[in-house]
Design a binder for this molecule. Structure first.
Ligand code: TV7
Ligand code: ZN
Length: 380
């Protein structure tokens, strides 16, 4: 492995459970937990498992889920099956937002408890100072609400982890680079100054979940402790990374978080099945590496990502970066599912130029200035 020079050599823990990749949302559903298996194969194929602490994770308990989610929702999720859903009281579908986005599939509660348990384990490693960076690629399901699932997310593992971290950390910074707005996390901490949430996402007032306007900045004690960076189709590497760094640098320096959670949704990459941005793997990774460079304890989670081969490429690359390793473009020998990575069979295929960049220089500059103004309020 080629280690690059860095003044910071974090202790990295990797939290995974091979079982999570076996659940199915349904044949036509874009969310494929199978992408996690591809990711784990790339990570171990490149030998990264030898330089990190590996933890096979446990399920979160119903009591742990209830730290954020309502009693009746946790009970519903633990009881519901594809067979009994039709026999539930009238109004159940509507009440719990069940439908195409959030279907009831086999063992849905085991799936949700597993990815949530992994994020909880990872956050506990940070609290106990047993690692500097804890990774859970199966987590990052940022849309789930207190009383219902939303946008492919059933349990909000991020909110649960933030609540866990808040027991010991005075200030938590949440950074979300998924294509979609991190609405569930923003909503949960909208009125507190102990959690700063910032989300970069596609926004036009309609695109799911239709929130994340630049004017959403938090309220009461939380006013100025939420930030939204709405973007249009086709944003490219240079504009995204420049904007990201120019906002995150003063934000970290001013807010002085004691711990950072970064959601690394891979649907902001070019060529994503549900996406409309033009980011390449290295640009997305540069955002993660930039946050790492501050040397603050980090919980790193996954999120969206609907072209499985690119999701796994991205998260393997980012696992490398977090370990001060730049993975070579040649895929490891004997990689299971090698066929998935054709026709180029490399780690860094070109993913740009599908969408015209609709973010003008002027729009990006205005957005940057609005964000910096929001940060200035923190100093007062
Ligand atoms: C974190 N976009 C989650 C992102 C959640 C996005 C949506 C779909 C979709 C669902 C399918 C499907 C799809 C081709 C794409 C308004 C609707 C339109 C359902 C068909 N194909 C994350 C959620 C988003 C389900 N939802 O941030 C089964 O696209 O736009 C919507 C809502 C109503 C419901 N219909 C879509 O990345 C993990 N859903 C095919 C089969
Ligand atoms: Zn998304």
């Amino acid at each position: 492995l080629f280690e690059f020079n860095s003044p910071y050599s974090p202790r990295v823990s990797y939290h995974f459970n091979p079982k999570v990749s076996n659940y199915h949302y349904g044949v036509r559903h874009p969310m494929k937990p199978f992408r996690l298996m591809l990711t784990d194969h790339l990570v171990s194929g490149y030998g990264l498992h030898k330089i990190m602490d590996l933890y096979e994770t446990r399920s979160a308990t119903p009591d742990e889920l209830r730290k954020f989610h309502s009693d009746d929702y946790v009970k519903f999720l633990s009881k519901v099956t594809p067979e009994n859903i039709s026999k539930m009281p009238r109004g159940t579908f509507e009440k719990f937002n069940i439908g195409d986005d959030c279907p009831i599939f086999q063992n849905i509660f085991d799936y949700s408890s597993l990815y949530a348990g992994a994020s909880l384990d990872a956050s506990t490693k940070l609290i106990n100072d047993q690692s500097d960076i804890a990774i859970n690629w199966s987590g990052g399901l940022h849309h789930a609400k207190k009383g219902n699932p939303s946008g492919f997310c059933y349990i909000n593992d991020i909110v649960l982890s933030v609540l866990n971290l808040l027991r010991y950390h005075p200030r938590v910074l949440y950074i979300d680079i998924d294509l979609h707005h991190g609405d569930g996390v923003q909503e949960a901490f909208y009125t507190t100054d102990r959690v700063f949430t910032v989300s970069f996402h596609k926004y036009n007032g309609e695109f799911f979940p239709a929130t994340g306007d630049i004017n959403e900045i938090g309220c009461s004690k939380g006013k100025h402790f939420a930030m939204n960076v709405p973007l249009d189709d086709g944003i490219d590497d240079e504009s995204y990374v420049t904007l990201f760094k120019s906002v995150i640098d003063p934000l970290i320096t001013t807010y002085k978080p004691t711990v950072i959670i970064q959601q690394c949704g891979a649907d902001s990459l070019g060529h994503d099945r549900l996406g409309c941005f033009n980011l390449n793997i290295k640009a997305h990774g540069e955002c993660v590496n930039f946050v790492k460079s501050f040397g603050i304890p980090m919980l790193v989670v996954g999120g969206g990502g609907y072209t499985p081969r690119n999701v796994s490429r991205l998260w393997a690359h980012e696992t490398g970066l977090l370990n001060n390793v730049l993975l070579p473009k040649e895929l490891p020998d004997g990689l299971p599912f090698r066929d998935s990575f054709g026709p180029d069979y490399t780690l860094y295929p070109v993913l740009d130029d599908l969408f015209e960049n609709k973010n003008s220089k002027k729009y990006l500059e205005d957005t940057r200035i609005r964000c910096l103004e929001n940060i200035r309020y923190l100093q007062g």
